[in-house]
Ligand binder design. Sequence first.
Ligand code: EPU
Length: 445
Amino acid sequence: MYQPVIETKRKILTMEKLLIEGGHHLTGTVQISGAKNSAVALIPATILADSPVTIDQLPDISDVQTLCQLLEETGGKVTFQQNTLTVDPKDMVDMPLPNGRVKKLRASYYLMGAMLGRFHKAVIGLPGGCNLGPRPIDQHIKGFEALGAKVTNERGAIYLRATELHGARIYLDVVSVGATINIMLAAVKAEGRTIIENAAKEPEIIDVATLLTSMGAKIKGAGTDVIRIEGVRTLHGCRHMIIPDRIEAGTFMIIGAAQGRDLLIDNVIPQHVESLTAKLCEMGADIQVGEDQMLVSGRKSRLKCADVKTLVYPGFPTDLQQPITSLLTQAEGTSIITDTIYGSRFKHIDELRRMGANVKVEGRSAILTGATRLEGTKVRATDLRAGASLVIAGLIAGGITEIAGVEHIDRGYDHLMEKLQGIGAHVWRESMLESETEENLKDQD
Ligand code: EPU
């Protein structure tokens, strides 16, 4: 039986805000957890096996809990203890999931590929998740159809039905992490060969392919833009260790560049954060790269401004665009931050302005002039990485920053408050007053 940790349960029941007293130097070691964006695909992938699958080092975040609950709803036996998850998918059924928990996270779309692969049918409500502007899933659907599924949208839920799945050649019009993984999930048990062209190359795709391969799938080319899959009849249980979270590591690298004094980031694959390392060095941060650690120290002199353009991997990740914007408020000169993946991922900008940042949005870019002194005030996280950006701003700012919308941060950062406290940050949570909770809910996307 899946048992969420008591503390996380509390977070869901009461609305809380995060408070930060900024300006303190941060030092010591921070341990990076397993990758959220791998976890949310690895968990649905377990559906495809016919015996128990164990995944080690999963992050303790609410997106993981939600997916575990969804697997239980469909008949899976789930245990999650000390970051190790075991799923016995034997008795799972093709239960429709048109509403409820699937709406809580975007990654519930991976249930489509996994259930289609196992049962040849699925009904999944259109996914929720961070509101970053339009987030279509047309490439996922194009892939499922190419594999032989009939896909319809009925009253806000996607219905997938196939008599049999067969291999196909699929060219993705847009490089998409989600579509690449979802097509892999559906194709590993399809009859014959599937080729995904213009596939995404993110490390999370390699991680999912590694799990599927350990389960008996035949996949070649994951991590390149052409993935070849030879369908197999059955997949079996296995044990898998998830990769470290490059976005969490990147968030702490930015924190280190802002306030760090020999901040050691442990359990990171340096190659996964190369684009960020290069950018932080360009700005003047001091970074030493080890085998699976990074030592980051911040401003000995003024940081330099820099332009940032988000791109697919190995380019600068969109998920670190909002966090690095907070750091750029401390850099001398004008920086231009352009998001080519999500052109309206700028909901944090108004909040940063409240704190004193000199920044405006024009089209897909934010134009920022620094350095400005940030002052703590009441702000609201509208999405996960906006939350990370406000946490960084709060650590830099003078006075106390109060961040509402903490539930977005809990979706993707494992014990962020405790990790920050461990390196010397003055950060704590408080329950929101009833009036504040109402205000927060009223403003929810
Ligand atoms: N796109 C389409 N059609 C599709 C799929 C995507 O037009 O069918 C577009 C999207 O609108 C976007 C671009 O393609 O402009 C890339 O989207 P992608 O599919 O790669 O994103 P995703 O799979 O939905 C994952 C992460 C996001 C991360 C992006 C980009 C998960 C669960 N989510 O989303 O993570 O920003 O890749 O790297 O893996 C986050 O962690 O905060 C987060 C939002």
